[in-house]
Design a protein around this ligand. Sequence first.
Ligand code: PHE
Ligand code: NA
Length: 459
Amino acid sequence: KQAPRAQWASRLGFVLAAAGSAIGLGNIWKFPYITGQNGGGAFVLVYLVSIAIVGLPIMMAELMIGRQTRRDAVGAFIKLEGKRSPWCAAGWISVAAAFIICSYYSVVAGWTLEYLYRSLLDSFSGQPAAAIEGMFGGLTANGPRQLFWHFVFMILCLGIVIGGVQKGIERWNKILMPILFALMVLLFLNGLFSAGAWQGLAFMFRPDFGKLTPGSVLEALGHAFFTLSLGMAAMITYGSYLNRKENLLSASFRVVLLDTTISLMAGVAIFSVVFSVNMQPAAGPGLVFKTIPVVFSQLPGGQFLAIVFFLLLAFAALTSNISLLEAQVAYLIDERGWGRKRASAFLAGLAFVVGIPTALSYNLLSEWKVVAGLVFFDAADLLASNYLLPLSGLVTAIYVGWFWSGAEEKQQLLAGGAGWVYPAWHFLIRYISPLAVAVVLYFKVRDTGLFAWIAALLG
Ligand code: PHE
Ligand code: NA
């Protein structure tokens, strides 16, 4: 006999859990530097439009599918269309993406734990910049150490997910997310009161339309997807625990608003202090793991700021990764009849093992290892975030826009919002979102050489 399906205990619990999934490394690490690279305010504008016309409608679609079916992402499509339906591909692809991303997200999250630990030991203060920057290379060349933190991080995820929806995920998000917001406000204010505040604000918000290329538009659209945890089974799964009485539009709106606010605050917080010590805004891992520790080492109260920053990053990563783990756990529970404990332990263990090559991929012990490792890391990242996410998002949008009758959910949207909400959402999910995602997918495939690869295969 089946136990009644778990539900969030409160709307606040759902909003914090979904915001916990959405707010992650993508907000605090990636968003700031892609904004800087793509024309500041001009890019922010494009990004906000992407969020509104692609992100929000698809998030609502995923939550609706979850709530209507009360199943994991694979089971949701099975329940709607039957086991043999091709639509089930959307479910499978998204759970596969969750699986891949869960493992390497954990390796990067492990780096944040190492930096948190070093901040607590005060190992940055008074060190020359070159020595601090060198620490990142030292860490990534140290396989066992990365594996240790990767392991610790997966254990933390496991500890939360094993507790279940209310007593694990909801409870911990209710503790971690308010702390995360408080830490962010602290760093934001610190940025605003630093000498580089104007420069930081300008870097983030002054529009430079000259830097805006077609590539920036694609980047904005792609990031809208990643940042809202779409196409990765997470939102379908979290939606499946959502009470039928909740207003889906306003709940989604809150999640999107929180995610966007944190991204913008993170940009100001980071670049203001970077400029205040006359450093250059670097891109990639260097920004968070090299530039930031150097910056803090030169500021008064730097140790405290570093602790706050890396704690923030670790919490953001943790609440995101548990949603990826839960998406897979729900599949084993709903479709395979596993118990939660067994499913969580199995999947956390598997994610740990699969993450090992990623952790070793920066290992500089020998040339071939670097090559083998980087190929693996790149392949995992490329496959998951460039192909699987847009692909499952595209299928989901087309399905919900054109083929899903979803009477109950759609009527609720009709009844729940102002008169324009349903028609607006329906128009976006039918025409705009699939078109935008298809364009992103086309260019990703073209630019990463998949066409050439397929052409070669076909001889
Ligand atoms: N949204 C998270 C971020 O911005 C990443 C993520 C994607 C988490 C998908 C869960 C699922 O970092
Ligand atoms: Na995000």
